[in-house]
Write a protein that binds this ligand. Structure first.
Ligand code: 5GP
Ligand code: ZN
Length: 144
């Protein structure tokens, strides 16, 4: 039996308020919401990181996201939403089963953009051309 809490939710072994499900995807309300309507969207398959998803599953995983994101915002009368995956413990991922956070936002909520997370640091020095070349090389190697 899986020890993963989200696998247990997917299997119905522990309760959650489900808002959407299909063959590949389940979405349910976050138990400790950052805002009313905070929803998690997970692939049924246990995959820890978005970067571990194979392209087919990635496509099927993302397919319902626009519809879910729209419905969540409508349901709580939000003006927008912050949507993010915390990828790995360095980024604050606590549950090791990939999950998209949909957090409803309001013009008045003053939380700012994701950029607010990084406001305390100064400018980041980047060799853009070299970095872009490295990413392209990694992508090419991953496809070889
Ligand atoms: P992470 O930090 O891994 O990106 O986010 C994990 C999220 O899962 C948190 O927002 C947390 O509130 C939520 N969560 C953790 N355990 C449960 C649970 O048992 N049920 C539900 N519905 N949400 C959970
Ligand atoms: Zn899992």
């Amino acid at each position: 039996m899986s020890e993963c809490i989200f696998c247990k939710i997917i299997e119905g072994e522990i309760p959650a308020e489900r808002v959407y499900e299909d063959e590949d995807v389940v979405a349910f309300l976050d138990a400790n919401p950052l805002a009313e309507g905070h929803t998690l969207v997970v692939p049924r398959e246990h995959v820890e990181r978005v970067s571990d998803l194979d392209p087919d599953l990635a496509g099927r995983y993302f397919r319902p996201v626009p519809e879910i994101a729209g419905a969540v915002q409508e349901a709580v009368g939000a003006d927008g939403a912050t949507m993010a995956w915390n990828e790995g413990s360095a980024a604050g991922q606590e549950v090791p089963h990939a999950h998209l956070h949909i957090v409803p936002r309001w013009d008045s909520d003053r939380h700012g953009p994701i950029h607010a997370l990084f406001q305390a640091q100064g400018e980041v020095e980047v060799d853009e051309a070299g970095l872009a070349q490295s990413v392209r090389a990694e992508l090419q190697a991953a496809r070889a």
